[in-house]
Design a protein around this ligand. Structure first.
Ligand code: HEM
Length: 401
């Protein structure tokens, strides 16, 4: 996880609005007293995986039981659904333990988070899609594992499955019995467990990785910061109105999501200040381009450009540069379109102010920007333009080439 020198880390941290940047050469220094658990062992999450799930997945994969498990789980969708019949006893016992909210989950905050997600959905989907989604391609471990896992060969399908997670999280009843997020998070946890066993068998992944086993707790925290922490920071930068209660609720929904994904509570930040400190330590220093990430970014932006958002590919590239910095844009070799760049940089702030009722002046290109953000939101809401749920399934192999 040590890719950039300190000066570069600091300037990139500033450009991304991820305030401050810890010294990448330093060992794990984030205090567990700042976590939802309030204390912990202080062990480096770089070497923590998922002891409850991973051995189970090894045994299911080795015994050839995964296709039957996928078939049994296909109809298991709502949080309130009974566990499907036909699951191996150990898996059923495991799911009975983890398929529920943590005792510290606060239903009032979760309800507020759902309402916040609804109120701000256009910005959230845009930032998750074009900000976090493209940022994932400059997170080397994530880019390499996504590329070399089986899903990397069909990014349209994979993007649709990932949208399912964001979509289920953003529903009003996400955490209630009628919602689907708890089940989706549990399925994702199983997928990650399988990937930890499968990817080390890929000669391609082994040739490019710095890990023996992928998707550590630290890696999941990195991804959380590229999603939740980054999105909140940009909303603040853009002066999108958000009350303190909204922000706390938004964090809380992510805290619960991280718990459901199997991250131990001692690493889950208690406050946004603690999250930003952790992000400076784990996310900013590791950002870097990779051949796999370049390919994934091109595929993802190509898929987005296929949808009619009323803007050109040049606009899309410049929007990514605006949201993620020119440094990241250069890493991804996004061609410049200076006219679109000027438009984005001058009109976007005015667009937000007008849309949020903070300025009476409507920018001349308001409708173009509005179509753009609404189009991206629809892309999410339709889960990558497929109107039915794309089921999350446990993989049984890796990307062949
Ligand atoms: C699969 C979400 C962290 C690598 C998935 C899936 C979801 C998801 C929804 C299932 C969709 C699918 O099968 O394609 C998340 C979330 C994360 C997170 C919300 C953190 C907040 C990570 C990290 C890595 C990673 C840190 C690697 C460094 C993968 C891989 C797959 C996967 C390789 C399987 C792809 C396949 O074989 O099809 N993740 N993930 N994820 N995730 Fe994650």
């Amino acid at each position: 996880m040590r890719n950039l020198d300190r000066r570069k880390v600091l300037s990139l941290g500033v450009a991304l609005g991820l305030v401050g940047a810890a010294d990448p050469a330093k060992a794990w220094a984030w205090p567990s007293k700042d976590s939802v658990a309030g204390s912990g062992t202080g062990a480096d999450p770089e070497y923590v995986w998922d002891g409850a799930t991973d051995p189970l997945m090894v045994s299911l994969l080795q015994n050839g039981q995964v296709p039957a498990v996928n078939a049994a789980m296909a109809g298991w969708v709502n949080n309130g659904d009974a566990l499907p019949s036909g699951l191996p006893a150990e898996l059923a016992a495991h799911l009975r333990t983890v398929n529920k909210l943590p005792p510290w989950a606060d239903p009032v905050k979760l309800a507020r988070a759902a309402d916040f997600n609804r109120r701000k959905d256009t910005y959230l989907f845009m930032l998750y899609g074009l900000g976090s989604g493209i940022m994932s391609t400059v997170i080397p471990r994530e880019a390499r594992s996504v590329y070399w896992s089986v899903g990397g060969a069909d990014m349209k399908d994979r993007a649709a499955k990932t949208f399912t997670f964001g979509y289920d999280l953003s529903q009003l009843d996400a955490f209630k019995p009628t919602g689907q997020f708890v089940v989706t998070a549990n399925k994702t946890r199983l997928v990650h467990g399988a990937v930890r066993h499968l990817l080390p068998q890929s000669p391609h992944w082994r040739a490019v990785t710095d890990q023996s086993v992928p998707i550590s707790a630290a890696d999941i925290l990195v991804t959380f910061h590229s999603l939740g922490t980054f999105v909140r920071r940009r909303l603040l930068d853009w002066k999108v109105p958000m009350s303190a209660a909204d922000q706390e609720a938004f964090l809380h929904s992510w805290q619960v999501a991280l718990h459901l994904l199997g991250v131990p509570d001692e690493y889950i930040p208690k406050t946004w200040a603690a999250a930003e400190a952790q992000s400076a330590q784990v996310l900013t220093p590791i950002l870097a381009p990779t051949p796999e990430g370049l390919d994934l970014a091109e595929v993802l932006l190509g898929l987005t450009a296929e949808i009619d958002l009323g803007v050109t590919r040049g606009f899309l590239n410049e929007f990514v540069r605006y949201v993620l910095s020119n440094e990241v844009g250069d890493w991804l070799k996004l061609p410049r379109d200076y006219a679109a760049a000027a438009l984005v940089r001058t009109v976007w702030p005015a667009f937000i102010l007008f849309r949020e009722g903070l300025s009476p002046v409507m920018p001349g290109t308001f409708y173009m920007f509005d179509q753009f953000v609404r189009g991206l939101a629809m892309l999410f809401l339709n889960k990558g333009s497929s109107s039915t749920t794309t089921p999350i399934t446990i993989p049984t192999g890796n990307r062949p080439t």
